[in-house]
Design a protein around this ligand. Structure first.
Ligand code: BGC
Length: 964
């Protein structure tokens, strides 16, 4: 079977089995994926009715004669039914316990959740920045029939269309179906496209220009492949839990780093005319229990987040994304405060659309929509992939049901008009009506097969129409426009040098003192992570850790067009006449039988890694979230062996880590042989080039940690631990540590991290001086009054004629495909339908709102900061200057507020030549200088006392201090 299809089907299959409450098959099926074909062909039921005693010499059926034959069938049947009975009994007991306990705990969960109601949905079209697009959108939507409006807001179903998400068109008005494709790292399931470094690597560069350029190249590839909507960037998870399975898709464990990186990426993607999707809104911090049924429970976990934490931490980067004009937001799988994110009116209507003034459309994560009318009323605009509560059954919660809801009056027509207008406006806003850039023909590749020919809707058993589905268009750019240049730059700048006892950089010619041209250095490369393994694409959705690690697994992963391995690149990079390189791409080199391979080296480079991914896949006992923070596959043991034996104890060991997030290094970092440690994050296709450039000093390292490396998982605090077991039918996870995650937690409790957030060494040194803080405006507590914005489009909100949604005569439906049509007029039962509790409460628009990203005054500059940076070393280098705020010197009412010791607010990366001095500027906005006041429900700037401005090289290495 095609690998891509395998990924899709394994997911679908796994999810279906979970829907039936079966937990084990997931592992089984994943294990099978890595066994030989003949092995995985064995049907599990074969084991159930095989009697080992008779196994040896089973006579043929003929030998028994008819009665024996019958007896044998009966016996086998009896055995089988005995087995079935046992299994059934176990299942019943299991479910009774679960349901009983679940019922008890369910009762304990607040009936209506803890999330207050916020209705109705604020309509889009209130920002002048979107005015033209909304005008054009209105002109189009006005002409659409009911069925067309529903069609563009509902996905066609899983594997119905070539992309991972597809909407229907509004043919009569010329609006195309949209193709939505993952993901944050590159184009998922696509050929001839770039495998960029992961978000976490991008975060580690702290380079705004590279963030933007990667987004732009990604957007261009999407456009050339016929995609309309990219399902990235990802800023949630934020990184509350260092072992969280998908942290690597985002940019690091801090809202400001995530926000700036997300906004830069969006800018790049959308400049190419592609609608970016910021995801997952909000609080999807762990994979365990993220989704109904996936983990055997009927409900997803609830992330319980208080108002201030939501604003200052988890919601913050989404605010930046909206401010950057993002066209789409994906709501997350799990609940927030006991209400599903995709049906949470406070989150979608209140915070996102009112307070943050979001003008685009909200799409559900795949099957994160858990209700029909209720989710539409709560602010969901697009159902993805369109299937209902279960995968691939064609039973949408919208589609025909949405048509019915409008016709029977349970969903106001105005809401559907707004949903459709938001979708069309986003399309215009990105310029997708420009025929010279968008031919409207949809994707020129298929997510479901690698073959040239295939069906467009493999999700339907009715589609047998073979077409050219893969045109194999190379979108990677070429020459000096090759996207590999950007991928390599990100991978290189995303490498963080953690420890260097004078060994790095290595010279390509070996030891510098030896002038002769003979071999003068022997380098041994160790570890499976240095080599190709079985190739980068061997497991569906990169769902296994083998060979060198270039990305995590799941929907954020892509097909690698190639992967430059560290071993290959290093071999190339050293001067062969002077440096002898040997590589052992295994975690178990034959040290015992051939001790020479270790003894004989001058320098040993050990590659180790740690992998994780999305929760629908598991590998090596890791079900999405990691089980610990250690390096995996025996990495620690390998380091210890190499470090103690390299050059018979005289050699220097360099450890390189490829990882999805922080790894603890306590087991080996202080070993005398370990002379250097390099965190190379997840580098994508250019892995080897990047590491060779850093190790050989071709590029001076300038990456900084986008998270803290603690000494143990415990150091991160209780809130940082994955909840691996449910504590109720609706597992509850309280974010009680509030603002104190990662470095904020370490600072608050005085815990000494091994390597702090923002830390990273260079081959040169920098001097910080001359901090100047200039007041631009005097402090004032509250932002200016909320501006009224412009009027949204007005429609005739009359319930349309039922014929607008009746299935056209002669229309041939594909099985399981989601259409907007209803079959007969009598399907519409008019009456009074209950609206959600709190629907009638009149909401006052938030004073923190008023335009995209919130009240425009939040973005007014109140102070500027400048400082000088000088390169005092002997090589050119880049430095990341980080600006943190402290609120320890505030007076008055703000003194009563609890503030973290330092919070990152700005950063700049500059390249400085030897002896050169540069001046760096920062603007501090009202939002930067404020905290979220839960009583006033607004951003409040402390006006008494002063706000401390700390500028430094990491969260623990402040060089200059000033006050505003
Ligand atoms: C993931 C999303 C992704 C979607 C489509 C979901 O499982 O959570 O991030 O965009 O699938 O592939």
């Amino acid at each position: 079977m095609d690998r891509r299809n395998e990924a899709a089907q394994s997911r679908e299959g796994l999810l279906r089995s979970y829907e039936r409450g079966e937990r084990a098959p997931m592992r089984k099926s994943l294990e099978n994926a890595y066994r030989s074909e003949s092995e995985s062909d064995i049907d599990a039921t074969e084991f159930l009715d095989r009697d080992p005693l008779n196994e040896q010499s089973q006579p043929t059926v003929e030998a028994y004669g008819p009665s024996k034959q019958l007896a044998s069938i009966r016996r086998s049947f009896a055995r089988r039914s005995k087995c079935l009975c046992t299994i059934l009994t176990i299942l019943i007991i299991f479910w009774s316990i679960l349901a009983g306990g679940g019922f008890f705990l369910y009762k304990k969960a607040p009936k209506d959740g803890l999330s207050p109601p916020w209705y109705p949905t604020p309509p889009g079209g209130t920002s002048s920045k979107w005015q033209d697009s909304y005008k054009k959108a209105q002109a189009l939507v006005e002409k659409m029939t009911l069925a067309e409006k529903v069609n563009i807001t509902t996905g066609t179903g899983w594997q119905m269309g070539l992309a991972v998400g597809n909407t229907g068109p509004a043919i009569h008005v010329g609006f195309p179906g949209l193709a939505l494709q993952d993901g944050p790292l590159g184009l998922r399931f696509a050929d001839n496209a770039t495998a960029f470094p992961a978000g976490i690597t991008v975060g580690a560069t702290w380079n705004k220009e590279l963030m933007y350029l990667r987004g732009k190249a990604h957007g261009m590839e999407a456009r050339l492949k016929g995609v309309n909507v990219l399902l990235g960037p990802c800023v949630g998870p934020l990184g509350r839990m260092p072992a969280g399975g998908r942290n690597w898709e985002g940019f690091g464990a801090d809202p400001v780093l995530q926000g700036i990186a997300g906004a830069q990426t969006i800018k790049g993607i959308q400049e190419e005319g592609i609608i970016a999707t910021i995801k997952h809104f909000v609080g999807n911090e762990q994979e365990h229990f993220r989704q109904s049924w996936e983990w055997g429970l009927p409900y997803a976990i609830s992330s319980n987040i208080d108002d201030r934490t939501l604003h200052e931490m988890y919601g913050w980067p989404f605010g930046d994304a909206v401010k950057a004009g993002v066209g789409s937001v994906m709501c997350s799988y799990q609940m927030v405060n006991n209400s599903y994110s995709c049906g949470n009116s406070k989150l979608l209507n209140g915070i996102l659309k009112d307070e943050l003034g979001f003008q685009g459309f909200v799409q559900s994560d795949w099957l994160a929509q858990r209700s029909g009318v209720a989710s539409a009323l709560s602010g969901l605009d697009m159902s993805m992939p369109g299937d209902g509560l279960m995968w691939a059954r064609g039973q949408s919660l919208w589609g025909p049901e949405l048509s019915k809801a409008v016709l029977n009056g349970s969903l106001p027509v105005s809401r559907l008009n707004d949903m459709a207008t938001r979708v069309v406006a986003a399309w215009y806003q990105m310029g997708q009506d420009d025929k010279s850039k968008f031919d409207g023909k949809g994707p020129n590749f298929s997510s479901w097969t690698n073959d040239e020919m295939g069906v467009i809707n493999p999700g339907s058993p009715d589609d047998h129409d073979q077409k050219v589905v893969n045109k194999f268009i190379n979108v990677q750019g070429s020459g000096d426009q090759a996207h590999s240049i950007i991928a390599r730059a990100v991978a290189t700048e995303g490498i963080v040098l953690l420890k260097n006892e004078g060994i790095l950089p290595l010279s390509k010619d070996g030891w510098p003192t030896n002038e002769n041209h003979e071999i003068n250095m022997r380098v041994g490369i160790f570890g499976e992570d240095s080599g190709a393994g079985r190739g980068p694409n061997v497991c569906p959705d990169r769902g296994c850790n083998q060979g060198t690690l270039g990305s995590g697994w799941g929907s954020g992963a892509v097909e690698f067009p190639y992967l430059i391995t560290p071993a290959d690149a290093l071999r190339q990079a050293f001067n062969k006449e002077r440096v002898y390189v040997t590589d052992f791409p295994t975690n178990d080199p034959p040290f015992k039988t051939a001790p020479i391979i270790l003894k004989d080296q001058d320098v040993c480079i050990v590659f180790v890694n740690a992998d994780s991914g999305e929760g629908y896949m598991a590998f090596d006992g890791i079900r999405g979230d990691r089980n610990d923070l250690l390096t995996q596959k025996g990495g620690e043991g390998l380091i210890v062996k190499v470090a103690s034996g390299c050059g018979d104890g005289e050699g220097s060991t360099i450890v390189v880590i490829h990882s999805v997030g922080p790894v603890t290094v306590e087991g080996w970092v202080d070993l005398p042989g370990v002379k250097a440690v390099v965190m190379a994050n997840l580098p994508g296709q250019e892995s080897g080039h990047a590491i060779a450039d850093i190790l050989l000093g071709i590029v001076n390292p300038s990456g900084k940690l986008p998270y803290t490396i603690g000494r143990s998982l415990d150091d991160y605090g209780p809130g940082a631990k994955i909840q691996y077991y449910p504590n109720g039918a609706i597992p509850q996870q309280n974010f009680s540590e509030g603002l104190y995650i990662d470095y904020r937690h370490f600072d608050k409790y005085g815990i000494d991290p091994r390597y702090e957030f923002g830390f990273g060494l260079s081959y040169t040194s920098f001097e910080y001086s001359n901090l100047v803080v200039t007041e631009v405006l005097p402090k004032s507590a509250l932002p200016a009054a909320r501006p009224s914005g412009i009027d949204p489009p007005q429609y005739d909100d009359k319930i349309p004629d039922v014929n607008e949604a009746i299935l056209p005569s002669g229309f041939k439906k594909l099985k399981k495909f989601v259409y907007p049509y209803i079959s007969k007029t009598s399907d519409i039962k008019k009456g009074t339908y209950p609206y959600p509790k709190g629907y009638d409460i009149k909401q006052t628009p938030s004073e923190a709102g008023g335009d995209e990203g919130g009240n425009p005054d939040l973005w007014t500059t109140y102070a500027t900061v400048s400082m000088d940076i000088k390169n005092t070393g002997s090589v050119i280098g880049k430095e990341v200057i980080q600006l943190y705020l402290g609120f320890d010197k505030v007076e008055g009412e703000a003194k009563e507020i609890d503030f973290p010791r330092s919070v990152l607010r700005q950063f700049e990366k500059v390249e400085v030549k030897i002896d050169e001095k540069q001046t760096v500027h920062f603007d501090l906005t009202r939002r930067d200088l404020s905290y979220w006041d839960v009583v006033r429900q607004n951003w409040v700037m402390p006006t008494e006392g002063s706000i401390t401005i700390k500028v430094g090289a990491s969260s623990r290495n402040m060089k200059l201090t000033g006050w505003y």
